[in-house]
Design a protein around this ligand. Sequence first.
Ligand SMILES: NC(=O)c1ccc[n+]([C@@H]2O[C@H](COP(=O)([O-])OP(=O)(O)OC[C@H]3O[C@@H](n4cnc5c(N)ncnc54)[C@H](OP(=O)(O)O)[C@@H]3O)[C@@H](O)[C@H]2O)c1
Length: 236
Amino acid sequence: MGYLILGSGGLGTALAHELARRGEEWLLAGRQLPRGLDPACYFPLQEVDSLGFDALFTLYEQARLPNVVINTIGLLHDLNHLPERRVEEVDPAWLCESLQVNAWPHLALGACLSRLMAPDARLWLCSVSDLAGSIGDAASQGVPGRYSYRMSKAALSMGSCLLAREWAQRFPGAGVITVHPGPMDTPLQQPFHHELDTASLQAPAQVASRLLNLIETLTPAHSGQFLDLAGRPLPW
Ligand SMILES: NC(=O)c1ccc[n+]([C@@H]2O[C@H](COP(=O)([O-])OP(=O)(O)OC[C@H]3O[C@@H](n4cnc5c(N)ncnc54)[C@H](OP(=O)(O)O)[C@@H]3O)[C@@H](O)[C@H]2O)c1
C-alpha cells in the first residue's frame, strides 16, 4: 500500500517510522524532516494553504495516488496562545487560525484527491481528531474552555461527514474517517502534562501502530464515522 502522512509532529513522525519498519511505501509532508527518516520520502509542506497542498499534489499528477492519506496536522497552542479557560479569552484571529489548521486541511486534501481520483478509486482519507471536539460525548461535556481547539475539531467532524457523503456518490470506493487517538506524549500535549494522569499518556509509536492496524480493517461501511483506535464509533 502507499501512504501519505500529513504533519511531521509526534504522531506523524511515529507513523512514518512505523511504515518504514513495516516496509511500506510512504511520503511524509510536514514543516520539518524528522531525524532518522529518509529525506527522499519527505515533502516540505510549510503552510496549510492552497499553494502548499497544490504543490504537494503535483507529485501525484504523474504517479499513482496513495491508498491511505493520514492527516495528523493539529494545533492546540503556540508561543503566544494557550487554550482558553474562559470565553473572554477567545481571540477571533486565533479561532480562525485554529480552524485553518485543525479543520481545513481535511477539506484541502479532499479537494486535491477529488481532482485526481478516478471514479473507481480505492482510498482512505483519515484525519486525526479529538473527542474533546465532540458535542455528544458525555465525559467531555463538563470540561470547560479550549474554545478554539474544540470548535475547530467540531468543524472537522462536520467537514468529514459531508465529504464522506459526497464521496459515496462520486467515489464509492473511497472512504473518509476521523479518529480520536487518546492522549499522547507529543509536543501538542507537553505543556499540559500536569493536568493529566501521566500514566494515561500513550507513546506516539504505540498509537501509530494501532492506527495503521485499524485502517487495514476498514470496510466501506466505516466511511463517515468518528472512531477510536479500537474501531468503536464515537459520538459526534
Ligand atoms: N497529543 C494528544 O494528546 C492528542 C490527543 C487527541 C488528539 N490529538 C490530535 O492528534 C493530532 C496529532 O497531534 P500530535 O499529538 O502529533 O501533535 P504535534 O506533535 O503538535 O503535531 C501536530 C502537527 O501539526 C503541525 N502544525 C501545527 N500548526 C501548523 C501550521 N500552522 N501549519 C502547518 N502545520 C502545523 C505541526 O507542525 P510543527 O511540528 O512544525 O509545529 C505538527 O506536524 C492532532 O490533530 C491533535 O489534535 C492529539
